[in-house]
Write a new protein. Structure first.
Ligand code: HEC
Ligand code: HEC
Length: 327
């Protein structure tokens, strides 16, 4: 009897003291202390986190097209995840992994569905790395996800992250000018990425050592299905991260130069990705800078690729409002 009584008391107390459902916390990644990987023990968990770190920084060495075991050739190019996700995925506004496992699963317009972190990793495997999906139960996928969850430690589920993705900037109200972009490229990018855009390998082709300076186009770069192939994403990435060493709070490229230089980069040849007509099945949620048809808005592929984007946004808004009114 006594015990029952105590159990009731405990329950009542728990109900009284239970906090109201908390507001999602806001975390500024530029002020956030990322956990120190070197402090991890050499146990199973520590090993898996370090393996994930290696797969991010030296992807080409373990799952690239030059590895000895053909069954492990998941990536189709010799980039590393770190080629874009700078500093092993910890740099703010360079699509950092810090906090990602706290915000996935999440709705993704590209699939018009809820996407898991594994599916998101494979999105970049197929597109940015021009390769094929890792099985969800593979050791490599486990390592990627464990590394990302390690980086996300202490960030509550559903947090609002400042510094995730790329930093928003308003693009110029005109079509991008790839000819001017070529000039910017020659002045500010070619010194590392090469006049021919093919980058500079650490060693020689076939040695699975990857690049000192990654290629920006050609067969060993990101595919046309990649986020970097979309001009607004690419402009924002370049402006806040390039030339290498640039930080988002001290950009070296003007908005106009970033817009034009990435238009030039994305006008150069690169691997195609099949099936892009199936992306964004809800056409009213298709981003304006996604250059592959079909489009709901009636604008050309060229305008989706190079802008100007405000007329497309206005048309999309009109179509979305019409769709809402019909409901
Ligand atoms: C060529 C550049 C590039 C490379 C290489 C690349 N990614 Fe990405 N990644 C992006 C861009 C751009 C985004 C965000 C834009 C988007 O969603 O399309 C992104 C987003 C992500 C996200 C979601 C981040 C978030 O905040 O929602 C994950 C996870 C991810 N990438 C994992 C990987 C992994 C793992 C690799 C290596 C196997 C990789 N990426 C290689 C460019 C790249
Ligand atoms: C000082 C050398 C340097 C300069 C100059 C430089 N980059 Fe980079 N860039 C790099 C390196 C190195 C990486 C890969 C980062 C890593 O592996 O840690 C990179 C990555 C990139 C990426 C993503 C990876 C890929 O292969 O697509 C893009 C896009 C890019 N740079 C564009 C530019 C543009 C545009 C300019 C000129 C405005 C520029 N870079 C100038 C060194 C440089």
């Amino acid at each position: 009897m006594r015990n029952v009584h105590f159990a009731w008391m405990a329950l009542v107390l728990a109900m009284v003291s239970a906090p109201a459902r908390a507001e999602p916390s806001t975390i500024d990644l530029s002020k956030w202390q990322v956990p120190d990987i070197t402090k991890l023990a050499d146990d199973h968990y520590g090993k898996l986190v370090r393996r994930g770190h290696a797969l991010v920084t030296e992807t080409y060495k373990y799952v690239g097209p030059e590895v000895a075991d053909p069954s492990k050739r998941y990536a189709g190019n010799n980039l590393a995840c770190q080629s874009c996700h700078l500093q092993a995925g910890t740099q703010p506004y360079s699509m950092p992994y810090v906090g990602v496992t706290s915000v996935f699963p999440q709705y993704r317009a590209r699939e018009d569905d809820i996407s898991t972190i594994e599916e998101r990793v494979n999105g970049c495997m197929q597109r940015s790395m021009a390769g094929r999906s890792l099985p969800h139960d593979s050791e490599e996928m486990k390592a990627y996800v464990t590394y990302m969850s390690f980086l996300s430690q202490g960030i509550p589920a559903g947090s609002k992250l400042i510094g995730s993705g790329t930093k928003q900037v308003k693009e110029p109200a005109r079509a991008a000018n790839p000819t001017h972009g070529a000039q910017v490229y020659g002045e500010q990018c070619a010194v590392c990425h090469g006049e021919d855009g093919l980058g500079k390998r650490k060693g020689t082709a076939g040695d699975r050592q990857g690049y000192e300076f990654p290629p920006l186009w050609g067969a060993d770069s990101y595919s046309q299905g990649a986020g970097m192939f979309r001009l607004l994403t690419a402009m924002q990435f370049a402006m806040h991260n390039m030339p290498l060493g640039t930080n988002y709070d001290a950009p070296q490229l003007s908005v106009d130069d970033a817009f034009d230089v990435m238009a030039f980069v994305n006008s150069q040849p690169r691997m195609a990705k099949v099936g892009m007509e199936n992306d964004f099945p809800n056409r009213l949620r298709k981003p304006v800078d996604m250059p592959f048809p079909p489009f709901a808005d009636g604008f050309s592929s060229a305008q989706h690729k190079y802008g100007p984007y405000d007329p497309i946004r206005a048309k999309m808004k009109e179509l979305q409002d019409q769709a809402k009114a019909k409901k």
